[in-house]
Write a new protein. Structure first.
Length: 409
């Protein structure tokens, strides 16, 4: 009998189709639920889908529940999956309403609500920054008096650095309170700023056990990278995951997965390491953003989407990771907002590192620029891999010093 899987939003963002492809490839019968009309699906995506249901909004629990119940009248739905942060809570609530196995509402809530997540993990002894959640400006000010500066303010369910503010003094704090909408209905997470190097630990987890794991480093940390135009930020996934220096990180990650009740899922956990040692930052029960999975696949010579599908459909891994290479991305920012006028230094990069370049995105002249805070793939970028992590860092640093993206107002 086929395993029937409902997948939320197979069309957008663009790599969503890879999850559908992989589910189909491992023998699942896939029903897609998305916001585009069926006629907008291309032939390849139609081939991978057994059925497709259109809904006005894939975060509307009532409408998605209605669509899933209609599917359940035709087949037994074994799994309902969502891999985008904005979709995961809807998926969990629909699973609960329709009696479908998968990540629970409680676990999904804890993986999205930063203050609740950290409160639970602190109680379990996981080292994490002091934090609170509140919609009251006075409570934010009281927390600042208790903990001191710097502080971080962000939405309770923020992903990455989205909507995140750092306050170094009372004046900064007041600006952050206003920008976050505290006192006007917004509920925020307020956290002690943790000094140190930042990275992420990602997994494919099956039945609560880590089947595959990846360690990635940011250069510089995300908040600085998303606020500073002249920086060409990078993140690099290492092939040295077996090194003893990562033992503490891997042990902490497994403790977090167990504490939050994550069973069969992709996970994405941010961490810091600095003067106060290793600190947990946050975790999501979903894959990382910014197409980091592409780097994992290229570094390890395997189809990561298929491996995720094997976990979901068959509950077991099927591929061995090579750990042959490290792989990374460098974001290339335009020198000003406006429209792309041209590039400098690309020839030197191609001559020096051509065999190690995975791919690149270089918007043509006349393309409107995107703001710095829009992220690593908002404008130009180059992705590379190399068997030696330190050499890859050197290569990406050279790219950052050499390539210039010129823009006109």
């Amino acid at each position: 009998m086929p395993v029937d899987v409902v997948f939320l939003e197979p069309c957008f963002p663009a790599n969503q189709r890879e999850f559908v492809r992989a589910l189909h490839a491992v023998g699942a019968r896939v029903t897609g639920i998305g916001e585009r009309p069926k006629g907008a699906l291309d032939d390849e995506l139609r081939h991978w889908l057994f059925h497709y249901e259109e809904v006005p909004n894939v975060t509307d629990v009532a409408r998605v529940t209605q669509a899933v119940r209609w599917v359940q009248e035709k087949v037994r739905v074994h799994r309902l999956e969502a891999v985008v942060e904005a979709h995961v809570m809807c998926a969990a609530r629909v699973r609960e309403a329709c009696g479908i196995p998968g990540t629970s509402v409680e676990t999904t809530f804890l993986c999205r609500d930063k203050p609740s997540m950290k409160e639970l993990l602190r109680a379990r002894g996981v080292p994490t920054a002091r934090s609170t959640g509140t919609a009251d400006p006075d409570a934010v000010r009281a927390f600042a008096k208790q903990v001191g500066f710097p502080l971080i303010l962000k939405p309770r369910d923020a992903a990455g650095a989205s909507g995140t503010y750092r306050a170094d003094d009372p004046a900064d704090l007041e600006r952050a309170i206003a920008a976050c909408g505290v006192g006007r209905g917004a509920d925020v997470a307020v956290e002690e700023f943790v000094e140190g190097h930042e990275g992420f630990w990602d997994t494919i987890t099956i039945g609560g056990e880590v089947a595959h794991e990846f360690v990635t480093h940011y250069y510089p940390n995300v908040l600085e990278a998303m606020r500073t135009r002249w920086i060409s930020p990078q993140f690099i996934t290492t092939n040295r995951v077996g090194a003893a220096g990562y033992d503490e990180l891997k042990a902490m990650g497994r403790e977090v997965i167990a504490a939050l009740g994550i069973e069969t899922s992709a996970t994405h956990m941010e961490w810091f390491f600095g003067p106060k040692g290793l600190k947990f930052s946050e975790i999501g029960a979903r894959p990382p953003g910014v197409r980091a999975w592409d780097l994992y696949a290229a570094a390890n010579d395997f189809d990561i989407y298929r491996e995720w599908a094997m976990a979901v459909v068959h509950g077991r891994p099927s591929q061995t990771l090579s750990r042959r290479c490290s792989a990374g991305i460098i974001a290339l920012r335009p020198d000003r907002d406006g429209r792309i006028a041209g590039y400098e230094g690309l020839g030197a990069i191609e001559r020096s590192f051509g065999p190690f370049i995975l791919d690149a995105h270089l918007p043509p002249e006349g393309t409107p620029t995107q703001p710095v805070e829009a992220g690593y793939m908002a404008n130009a970028w180059i992705r590379m891999r190399h068997p030696d992590y330190d050499e890859l860092r050197r290569m990406l640093d050279f790219v950052g010093r050499t390539v210039r993206v010129r823009a006109t107002p």
